[in-house]
Design a protein. Structure first.
Length: 309
């Protein structure tokens, strides 16, 4: 699988079928720390309320930095077109569990340095400074109150760069299609760049004139449309192209709803009830939500510091 990174560099990745694992043997050993939307919002709230700085580090080829335990071996078939190795025709490659082994190493490093926490969150305090960590796969967010050379953050990042191959990406500006804007007293989460890309994907002919800026995200008849969908579940299945289009679009606007746009939560929640039985009218209702997001794409979540307790 090939992709282009934000820096423009090309990246190749060998994907191993996790579905080939065996229950009771290695079924529970593909884990990778992720960040819930609520964790990102909590991070922004803490940073704004306490005047804490936010910085991001990237683990370079993080999956290759994982460490297998003694006697731990993982097998997979070689990619098509490449020779296999070994008498049994299998190629040894620790890829399927690399997310797990990399996280295991990260967790061990955090515990050694007396960070309190679990899974993807940890924190460390001293009488004068505070540092918190949030890990999403190979991205590490560091919240720190003191940028000085002898601070907790400086000591941690020195140890981090000693043990891992990491890149300092500077102050946090975005993550997972969420833009993060910070100043001295505010942190703003928005998706002003992500939403236009959805319009390009799902409205390739442009924004229909029937969707006006003053429209609400949901029409008054949306509940009736959903009730009709639920009643029709036992009927004829929806055409595959319509089903794919509807589910893809609703999934995209659901991501906006859970990340930065609670103002469309009701409309998206209703549309999610009809995932298995879309219809042209319900697809049009989903387009209405996307149009609303596009007209108000600069709206987001704003967290401010407050001097009052």
């Amino acid at each position: 699988m090939y992709k282009r990174k934000r820096s423009g560099a090309l990246k190749a990745r060998l994907c191993v079928q996790g579905c080939a694992q065996t229950a009771g043997v290695d079924y529970d050993q593909t884990f990778c720390a992720t960040m819930r939307p609520s964790s990102l919002r909590a991070l922004a709230s803490i940073a704004a309320g306490n005047g804490i700085l936010m910085r991001r580090w990237d683990f370079v080829a993080a999956y290759l930095q994982g460490e297998l335990q003694d006697g731990e071996v993982v097998y997979c078939h070689a990619s098509p077109g490449y020779a296999t190795f070994g008498a049994d025709g299998r190629l040894v490659y620790a890829a399927s569990r690399n997310p797990y082994t990399a996280w295991r190493k990260q967790a061990a490093a955090g515990s050694v340095r007396s960070f309190r926490g679990c899974c993807n969150t940890a924190s460390l305090n001293s009488p004068r400074t505070h540092a918190s960590l949030r890990c999403y796969v190979d991205d590490l967010f560091i919240l720190y109150s003191d940028p000085g050379p002898d601070s907790l953050c400086a000591r941690f990042t020195e140890a981090l760069t000693t043990r891992w191959n990491v890149e300092d990406e500077g102050p946090v500006s975005d993550t997972l299609n969420v833009e993060i804007t910070c100043d001295d007293t505010n942190v703003i989460l928005s998706q002003g760049n992500y939403i236009p890309s959805l319009v390009d994907t799902y409205m390739p002919d442009g924004m229909p004139a029937r969707f006006q800026r003053s429209d609400a995200p949901a029409s008054e008849d949306l509940p009736k449309l959903v009730e009709a969908a639920i009643a029709a579940k036992m009927g004829e299945p929806a055409p595959a192209p319509l089903l794919r289009s509807y589910q893809s679009l609703v999934g995209a606007i659901l991501y906006c709803s859970t990340q930065t746009r609670p103002d469309v939560a009701y409309a998206v929640g209703m549309l999610c009830r009809a995932m298995g039985c879309p219809a042209p009218a319900r697809l049009d209702a989903a387009h209405r939500v996307l149009a609303y997001l596009h007209h108000h794409r600069d709206v987001g979540l704003r967290y401010e510091s407050c001097p009052e307790p």
